[in-house]
Design a protein around this ligand. Structure first.
Ligand SMILES: [Zn+2]
Ligand SMILES: [Zn+2]
Length: 301
């Protein structure tokens, strides 16, 4: 059977890649993991450095390096993905980088005290840290771009079917762009029938919502300053009827089912996004998806 002719929406296909975060929720290392089965790489080979998507990214973002050879220990742009081989998978680890970095000087608004001068509250400009911040986007964009290349590369391979018993739970496609109109981190994908069925299981609904939300807050805080203020309701996960709606801070930023109709039983569905403007939001949402993926695997799915 040729994978290209099979729709992951309609069929449960043997697993060829997976997502995971914080070591399936057991650690707090801020590592987003993409696990690709070695049979897939054996079939498809390495990512050619002259692939147009790779050269486009290098031109756009001025990355100095790209490594697409799966025998190497550090892959991707700027070699920020650590590659190890475990249990038949290539495990690519992206440690979510701190983007909002403290400067070594006093915050000009509170003179470094961290307290608002007039009101009984923390300084709103430095979130009480007493130091001003700068955004350093380079690493998070290199990670996002590396994943965009990888997700496209592993989307399918001709005449390939993995020998695993466990099923593919989801596929993801992402973009990485500078875009003043927003949508610089758009993402979409497919949830397989077995994963959609997990998402609509009543028993799992509440714990899945709680876990995905806590995971997004964890990932978001790794990339922002840990002191940075956020509103709890800016993070939202809703699984009514198995329809995953997940939001993170931004301009109504999140993912949702592509169509608003009720879900058909025994089928998966497509998801798309709204206003995922940057790489922090994209990786936050990916961590939320990874948490649901981890939870499904923990439940034997
Ligand atoms: Zn301040
Ligand atoms: Zn939009």
């Amino acid at each position: 059977m040729i994978m290209a002719t099979i729709s992951l929406i309609e069929e449960n296909i043997p697993c060829w890649y997976e997502l995971s975060y914080n070591n399936m929720g057991l650690d707090d290392n801020g590592i987003l993991k993409l696990r690709i089965h070695e049979e897939f790489i054996a079939k498809k080979g390495n990512i050619p450095p002259n692939d147009p998507i790779v050269t486009d990214f290098i031109e756009t973002f001025k990355f100095k390096t790209f490594e697409g050879d799966f025998s190497k220990q550090d892959l991707g742009f700027s070699k920020l993905l650590k590659n190890t081989r475990q249990f038949g998978f290539y495990e690519l680890e992206a440690k979510l980088p701190l983007v909002v970095v403290e400067e070594e000087k006093d915050c000009p608004y509170c003179d470094g005290t961290g307290q608002d001068k007039n009101l009984e509250r923390k300084c709103l400009f430095c979130w009480g840290s007493g130091k001003p911040h700068v955004y350093q986007w380079q690493d998070v964009i290199a990670i996002s771009a590396s994943l965009s290349v990888l997700f496209r590369f592993i989307f399918w391979a001709e005449n390939f079917m993995s020998s695993l018993v466990k099923k593919q739970l989801l596929t993801v496609q992402t973009v990485t762009r500078f875009d003043s109109q927003g949508h610089g981190g758009s993402m979409s994908g497919v949830f397989s029938p077995v994963f959609a069925s997990f998402l609509r299981t009543d028993l799992f609904r509440k714990p899945a919502e709680v876990r995905a939300k806590a995971t997004m807050i964890n990932a978001w805080s790794k990339m922002n300053n840990p002191n940075k203020f956020f509103d709890d309701f800016d993070f939202r996960v809703n699984l009514q009827g198995g329809r995953l709606i997940m939001d993170c801070p931004g301009d109504a930023c999140g993912i949702h089912p592509e169509v608003w109709d009720e879900l058909a039983p025994d089928r998966g569905y497509k998801f798309s996004c709204h206003n995922v403007d940057n790489a922090i939001q994209q990786l936050t949402l990916l961590a939320g998806l990874a948490a649901l993926h981890d939870m499904a695997r923990t439940k034997g799915i």
